[in-house]
Design a protein around this ligand. Sequence first.
Ligand SMILES: Cc1cc2nc3c(=O)[nH]c(=O)nc-3n(C[C@H](O)[C@H](O)[C@H](O)COP(=O)(O)O)c2cc1C
Ligand SMILES: O=C(O)C(=O)c1ccccc1
Length: 401
Amino acid sequence: MPENYGQYQQTIYSNGMFSSGRPVITTDPRLLEEQARKTMSLQSFGYIAGGAGEKATMDSNRLAFRQWKLIPKMLRTTEVDTSIELFGEKYSHPVLMAPIGVQALAHRDKETGLAEACSEVDVPYILSTASGSSFEDIAASCGDVPKWYQLYWPNDNDITISLLKRAKENGYKALVVTLDTWTLAWRPADLDTGYLPFLAGIGTEFGLTDPVFRAKFEADTGSKVEDEPLGAARAWLQSIFGVNHTWEDVAFLRKNWDGPLILKGIQHVDDARTALKYGCDGIVVSNHGGRQLDGAIGSLEVLPEIVDAVGKDMTVLFDSGIRTGSDIVKAIALGAKAVFVGRPVMYGYGINGKEGAKEVLQGLLADFYLSMAIAGIPSIADCHREVLRKVQYGGDLKASL
Ligand SMILES: Cc1cc2nc3c(=O)[nH]c(=O)nc-3n(C[C@H](O)[C@H](O)[C@H](O)COP(=O)(O)O)c2cc1C
Ligand SMILES: O=C(O)C(=O)c1ccccc1
């Protein structure tokens, strides 16, 4: 891990000129998805790259970034302090790995491999409930870097409590509860291949190893999980998707989780205020990377109004569409305390395993560092709305992602 990401590109240049050659993973964010498509199976690539409907929300996520332009200032700084504090802990940069399920689709090392990659570049790993490695192994792979747990919220309170207990015992600091994916949207890439990884038993480890789920499955079916693994996977799927929680149920989570509680999938300012009312510590302004409601507004578009409404009282995080260093600068300038990055890391992981994921993350962190420095923004505290202006012209989609 470089001490200072401002130097990372020098390493790439000297490797190219004098020693080990060129980066394996393209450094051009516009080409990364295509590179992944060539390496991965149709079904795996389709699942990861896919979006809802005609992918209009994925486009909006990108276009929302294009509306904001940075206005650089000169003779201010060559060094950048990218560190932040979240929920009382220090982080070396405002970038976390988005919770992503079924990581086995990208690489056989599954969640433990990606968690290791993240820890080696000091990026906190957010563990999805839809994982295929064990809670314990993943926790060990995260090393000393803080780790968070993302809950797909079961309809059964006993199972929920059991998952929260396991997360706590394994050292996960913050709880991220995803609200926008209580059921899967219309996803043509997966529908056309008739493919749902869960039904193949991928990403169901936490359910199949959960003592409370296991006992209930055995009582309901008379079979052991081991004897009916695909039936158990199906039952697990039904216990975490298609559920009908309400806002009042957030009080239950608040009561049963004593660390930071963060709701993910917030796009409406009313929901941000309601999250605050129920005692949440944070929210993730996210539309799930355009994988849920097709035609939904670009996630960055709603960030400023949500920050204005609740930013003083709770931690506002952001994801959906982060692809470049200047995207991170823009999200921070609009009030996000940190961002999550999703698909790009999965593409790197798919192309070249742990090393590939690290290359993507390091490239993004280097690009972020350079963008801050070249814009003349010396620290996160200096990264506020005055560094930006909203313009009428967008971007040429042919040149974008
Ligand atoms: C393959 C895949 C699986 C995902 N699985 C989860 C998940 O298990 N839990 C969750 O909260 N979000 C999940 N997400 C959404 C991400 O956390 C994140 O919101 C999204 O990827 C951000 O958008 P980006 O990919 O444009 O960066 C998933 C996204 C992808 C691409
Ligand atoms: O695909 C997703 O977006 C997602 O959140 C998910 C849902 C179920 C299993 C794995 C990932």
